[in-house]
Design a binder for this molecule. Structure first.
Ligand SMILES: [Cu+2]
Length: 140
């Protein structure tokens, strides 16, 4: 079923718009009962058009947001990102202390070695395109 869905998504994606290549995604393993986790990885734009990431959603969490961590006057803050633009032949990396996919309120216990799904949502004109990715929970 999962393979079938992926194939279907790949085919429809090719027909409509280019999706980035997804590389090295991982979810930082957290202590039991942690209410907040973060995912990291790289999106590569191998197309000749901008790719615009506007949202993310994981069925394993109550809320998902795209954030950038910054430090202002010695205070750490997280800034919500409305859209991230990946230029043609460029890549974008989510990494600790910088951009991350913030995952809040897990719906079940998430352990090291689990595979978690996130849907990345891209904007293509008025259209929204979904890219479903699976990646491991691990310590880095
Ligand atoms: Cu955050």
């Amino acid at each position: 079923m999962r393979l079938f869905t992926l194939l279907l998504l790949s085919i429809s994606a090719l027909a409509h718009a280019q999706l980035p290549e997804v590389k090295d995604f991982w979810l930082q393993a957290a202590p039991p009962n942690a209410s907040v986790m973060a995912a990291y990885g790289t999106l590569s734009n191998t197309s000749d058009k901008d790719i615009i990431l506007v949202d993310a959603y994981s069925p394993a969490f109550a809320m998902t947001m795209i954030h950038q961590s910054i430090v202002v006057d010695g205070v750490a803050k997280m800034i919500h990102q409305d859209e991230l633009v990946i230029k043609p032949n460029d890549k974008f990396t989510f990494k600790p202390g910088s951009y991350h996919i913030m995952l809040m309120q897990p719906k079940f216990k998430i352990n090291k070695g689990d595979e978690i799904k996130i849907n990345l949502i891209y904007k293509n004109g008025a259209q929204r395109i979904v890219q479903e990715i699976w990646f491991p929970v691990q310590f880095h």
